[in-house]
Design a protein around this ligand. Structure first.
Ligand SMILES: Cc1cc2nc3c(=O)[nH]c(=O)nc-3n(C[C@H](O)[C@H](O)[C@H](O)COP(=O)(O)OP(=O)(O)OC[C@H]3O[C@@H](n4cnc5c(N)ncnc54)[C@H](O)[C@@H]3O)c2cc1C
Length: 150
């Protein structure tokens, strides 16, 4: 704190968790935070944004090349990515409400929540949150054909 000599250089980052009802219009597709703002909890917002991009490329690369992108194809990207987004955001809101908010309000948390105690007791269970955070709910793989320039 001693290093901060000028508060005008410090900006407050707004944290929100939301989703657009519709991610697309003719000629426009929103993905990543443009479609669904993510909280920092879990450090997964970037994973989701990249997975949206891979899903969009898989569905749209060939139609884009053929100049045949339809509204239905744009809707298919939203349809594919909505479920993982909802689940991940629900996880973030759960952690926010059950762990972070109480701590910020100064609640004396002597006994960790049951889920934490179970993870502590049974190390095998830790693979489930690790998988959720690392790979996401619906991992995406690149399926577009390789194209070389020239
Ligand atoms: C405080 C905070 C901490 C976070 N920490 C983490 C973390 O540790 N790990 C994690 O995975 N996620 C974290 N997140 C979430 C993560 O930042 C986002 O989910 C992720 O950055 C979304 O990526 P994106 O590419 O969709 O959007 P962004 O990263 O927001 O990228 C959008 C880009 O578009 C640019 N842009 C905007 N308007 C225009 C324009 N008109 N023309 C040209 N360019 C424009 C912006 O400058 C920006 O570079 C955090 C979020 C917050 C608020």
């Amino acid at each position: 704190m001693n290093e901060i000599d000028d508060w005008s250089k410090v900006s407050l980052l707004e944290v929100r968790v939301d989703r657009l009802p519709r991610w697309h219009r003719p000629g426009l597709l929103c993905i990543g935070d443009a479609a669904h703002a993510m909280s920092p909890i879990g450090g997964v917002g970037i994973n989701l944004a990249i997975q949206d991009a891979v899903a969009a490329a898989n569905l749209l690369a060939e139609p884009l090349r053929a100049g045949a992108v339809t509204d239905a194809l744009l809707a298919a990207v939203q349809e594919r990515r909505t479920f993982p987004t909802r689940v991940t955001q629900a996880f973030q809101v759960f952690i926010q409400n059950r762990a972070i908010d109480p701590l910020m309000q100064g609640v004396d948390v002597r006994r960790p929540p049951l889920a934490m105690r179970l993870l502590d007791e049974f190390p095998y269970l830790r693979r489930f949150p690790a998988r959720l955070l690392g790979l996401g709910v619906r991992p995406e793989r690149i399926r577009t054909p390789e194209v070389t320039a020239g």
